[in-house]
Design a protein around this ligand. Structure first.
Ligand code: 13P
Ligand code: SF4
Length: 323
């Protein structure tokens, strides 16, 4: 077991407490006609009570197509906000309103508007990891699952502004051989993986394949046997003939990888010892206790002013049509 998977080990008492709470959550879910959506980076006990566990794209789709009255979003703020933008008539709850995404927060609307004004003819494509204000300034949103597919559909001669993740943008530029104007944001979790330590892990585990999320730096991506979104990495580990993988992304995904492929070995990519930040602490702010409490209280609720919501919905709809 890796040091990161130890993160998810619980004592017998904790497991019993989790089961009791999970039972209450399931009952409440029926009473409220609620659906629980959870990202793969949340804690295993959260994934176990969720109706849909997915990457950003799968969760946006699940938020679009469901018959629940209440959406409980165990993820980070921009995900729940996106669900509310898609479903203005539904109650959208979040276990912890302060579980924000530092990547989304690294792109303030005032500065992004100025960036856009410098290139008035450019098409603005933004990663879904952005605030509603940034979405409102965008033509199309994308996720790591569909960014490449969407950008391939844009005529070559059209200038593209891409933000806020410079690593995902740089990866697509290299893959498609196409220039884009990049906002210089990054995800601290993926940025923390460094070539030196990754190569050391590869030397120590010569049987294992390195797989990586495109939010990682180029110095890591260039060594990967496979690069993909959270969902693509998961599907790859299920279908690839290799039986051992070094996984360069948030280690929450190891739970589902191991569940789907119990006979394979998953090694969390090592952190930089001087910058040990490759766990998304905002995703882990979603605990079972907070999940239960927010359903009981029907709060905290996500609110998006209607004028902003209408503007932010346009690029999300465009994304869902194009992917
Ligand atoms: P995906 O869910 O698109 O793989 O993105 C990863 C991520 O960092 C979500 O915040
Ligand atoms: Fe944001 Fe990175 Fe955490 Fe995803 S993993 S929520 S991009 S900080």
């Amino acid at each position: 077991m890796t040091s990161d998977s130890l993160l998810f080990k619980s004592s017998g008492k904790a497991v019993a407490d989790h089961e009791e709470l999970a039972g209450k959550i399931r009952l409440l879910k029926k009473e409220m006609n609620a659906i629980i959506l959870a990202h793969y980076y949340t804690l295993p006990e959260i994934q176990q009570v969720a109706d849909v566990v997915g990457d950003s794209l799968a969760l946006a789709r699940a938020a679009e197509k469901n018959s629940a009255d209440v959406i409980v979003f165990a993820g980070v703020y921009f995900m729940a906000e996106t669900a509310k933008i898609i479903n203005p008539g539904k109650l959208v709850l979040m276990p912890d309103l302060y579980a924000g995404c530092p990547l989304a927060d690294s792109c303030p609307a005032v500065e992004f508007r100025e960036f856009r004004q410098k290139h008035p003819d450019a098409l603005v494509i933004t990663y879904i990891n952005s605030t509603a204000e940034i979405k409102a300034l965008s033509d199309i949103t994308c996720t790591s699952s569909n960014a490449e597919r969407i950008i391939r559909q844009i005529p070559e001669e059209r200038t593209i502004i891409f933000g806020p993740d410079r690593n995902l943008g740089g990866y697509i530029m290299k893959k498609l051989g196409r220039e884009m104007l990049l906002w210089q944001g990054y995800c601290y979790v993926h940025e923390a993986f460094r070539e030196e330590y990754i190569l050391q892990a590869c030397r120590e585990n010569p049987q294992a394949e390195l797989i990586a999320h495109p939010e990682c730096r180029e110095e890591v991506l260039r060594h990967a046997a496979f690069i993909g979104s959270t969902q693509a990495l998961l599907d790859y580990t299920e279908s690839a003939p290799a039986s051992s993988f070094i996984v360069a992304t948030e280690p929450g995904i190891l739970y589902e990888m191991q569940r789907r492929s119990p006979d394979k070995q998953f090694i969390a990519a090592p952190k930089d010892p001087e910058n040990p930040r490759s766990v998304c602490k905002q995703m882990k702010q979603n605990t079972l206790e907070k999940l239960y409490q927010c359903m009981l209280d029907r709060s905290p609720e996500i609110m998006v002013p209607d004028d902003l919501r209408v503007l932010a919905l346009r690029p999300i709809k465009k994304m869902l049509e194009m992917s």
